[in-house]
Design a protein around this ligand. Structure first.
Ligand SMILES: [Zn+2]
Length: 134
């Protein structure tokens, strides 16, 4: 993945974007960067541990790193529409699209986050799935 553009759509090198977070070298400093790195974890597959680690634990009951590491969908792209931070609360609104057989499904989510011990954690979000085109 050296000298590859990051799959999160930031137009930055993977090694300088989401990779340090996925590798655990540092934790995402903002909710937006956490969303990007979690999207990259889903899009690349094999990063279930990271997804679990960045999930607010009470909300992640019943999830397993093995299952989260599976590539359930072919992810096509991420667009961050907005984000904000107020104290230890954060939110990010984004669209992510994936291929489902011959359809392209666009997922529109507004996620909320909490900061604890200088790390951001994903709590959950309101999701709408819009089936766009064949
Ligand atoms: Zn990235």
């Amino acid at each position: 993945m050296r000298n590859q553009l990051c799959v999160c759509g930031s137009q930055r090198w993977f090694s300088r974007c989401c990779e340090p977070f996925l590798k655990g070298a540092k934790s995402a400093p903002t909710p937006e960067k956490l969303v990007r790195s979690r999207y990259s974890a889903y899009a690349l597959g094999g990063h279930g541990e990271y997804l679990l680690k960045t999930w607010f634990a009470p909300m992640a009951k019943g999830l397993s790193a093995e299952d989260l590491s599976q590539l359930h969908q072919q992810w096509l792209g991420l667009v961050v529409l907005g984000s904000g931070v107020s104290g230890n609360d954060g939110w990010v609104e984004f669209k992510a699209s994936y291929r489902d057989n011959n359809d392209v499904v666009e997922m529109h989510e507004k996620s909320v986050f909490t900061r604890f011990a200088n790390s951001w954690f994903y709590i959950g979000g309101e999701v709408a799935h819009i089936n766009t085109a064949k």
